[in-house]
Design a protein around this ligand. Structure first.
Ligand code: FES
Ligand SMILES: [Fe+2]
Length: 352
């Protein structure tokens, strides 16, 4: 059961072009393509006739023709030509559509009641499109429950063991963490004062003195973790807002099924003087390598969870962020379920 009436990331903007793309989001197969005017069309990836995936079909202008018997649908899912050319178009032939928007360099689809799709409900990932900032990243398909990935990103002590050669350091296991739940998110904050920078942050020469390092992880429902990360020369104090080197790790874990997800990862950072493409490419390469290490661990963890149904996940102190994130998610899902039940009861009462 996934949280409904939410925006989920379906794709990077550059992934969606003329040819249809199929992507299952929260258990729903969705086909996406770009109309001639640049806007995004999204509909169920199943032909209303015999359910062949529409994404196997052919584009004809803004329309899509099914590859099986040639039913032609417009970009709003409406039939415009029947398989038998001489047949009148049956106006009731329609493929359900989804609302899609393009923001923050990503394509989002609304999962839930289409009538409630609300663009203003998109969380503000301003750093992904802010002038003077650069944002780039990648996509991994991961064979794990998206919540395992949230657990992973809300507990960065794992960096010490999973990413020792890049962003891990033993101080991660020593610095106290502060965890709190707000109305719309869970925050885990870690401040490491006066430490050696981790290997990936030592600069090309490995030079540089001791630093204060921070990690502020935000779980933002339904499925993203935004991490404010950085270092300042040791003793500078917590000057998060005005320090020129500021960056965010931006992660969206869109559920595909109960045990697989689409992991959109990236980094957004304030472009410094002389910042250019190679800096962004280097960050992306390092990040891609680091996250692949997580994928390896998480897929093995998921397999092990399925292979050991009699054993339960345990939570230690380090897991507070993940535990609270799951609780927040559960609470929202329950509220939604209760709301739906109450609505049904009201309707049943009206019908009598
Ligand atoms: S399955 Fe699509 S036209 Fe028949
Ligand atoms: Fe990691």
């Amino acid at each position: 059961m996934f949280l409904q009436n939410q925006w989920y990331v379906a794709a990077w903007d550059h992934e969606i072009g003329y040819d249809p793309v199929s992507r299952t989001i929260c258990g729903i197969p969705v086909m996406l393509y770009r109309r001639m005017d640049g806007t995004i069309a999204a509909m169920r990836d199943a032909c209303p006739h015999r359910l062949l995936p529409l994404s196997m079909g052919m584009r004809e202008g803004d329309n899509i023709r099914c590859r099986y018997h040639g039913l032609l649908l417009d970009s709003h899912g409406q039939a415009v030509e029947m398989p038998m050319r001489g047949d009148d178009v049956n106006q009731s032939v329609h493929c359900p559509t989804l609302t899609a928007v393009e923001r923050f360099r990503l394509v989002w689809v609304w999962i839930g009641d289409a009538n409630q799709a609300d663009e203003s409900a998109l969380p503000d990932y301003w750093m992904c499109e802010e002038p003077g900032w650069v944002f780039d990243g990648g996509l991994y398909h991961v064979k794990c429950d998206y919540r395992l990935m949230i657990d992973n990103l809300m507990d960065l002590t794992h960096e010490t063991y999973v990413h020792p050669e890049s962003i891990g350091q033993s101080e991660l296991l020593e610095a106290p963490i502060e965890t709190r739940t707000e109305a719309d998110r869970v925050i885990v904050r870690r401040w490491m004062a006066n430490v050696e920078p981790p290997p990936a942050w030592r600069g090309p020469t490995g030079a540089g003195g001791r630093v204060d390092r921070w990690q502020i992880c935000n779980f933002i429902p339904p499925a993203s973790v935004l991490i404010d990360v950085g270092t300042v020369p040791a003793g500078s104090g917590p000057t998060l807002d005005d320090h020129p080197v500021r960056s965010f790790v931006v992660d969206f874990m869109t559920p595909e099924t109960e045990t697989t997800c689409w992991y959109f990862w990236g980094a957004a950072r304030k472009a410094g003087d002389g910042d250019h493409r190679t800096g962004t490419d280097r960050t992306k390469t390092v990040q891609g390598r680091v996250f692949m290490q997580d994928v390896e661990v998480l897929e093995a963890q998921q397999k092990s969870i399925l292979a050991n149904p009699d054993m339960k996940l345990q939570a230690y102190n380090i897991d507070a962020g993940g535990v609270r994130s799951r609780l927040l998610l559960q609470r929202l899902i329950k509220a939604q379920r209760d709301g739906a039940k109450a609505e049904k009861t009201r309707e049943a009462a009206k019908a009598h």
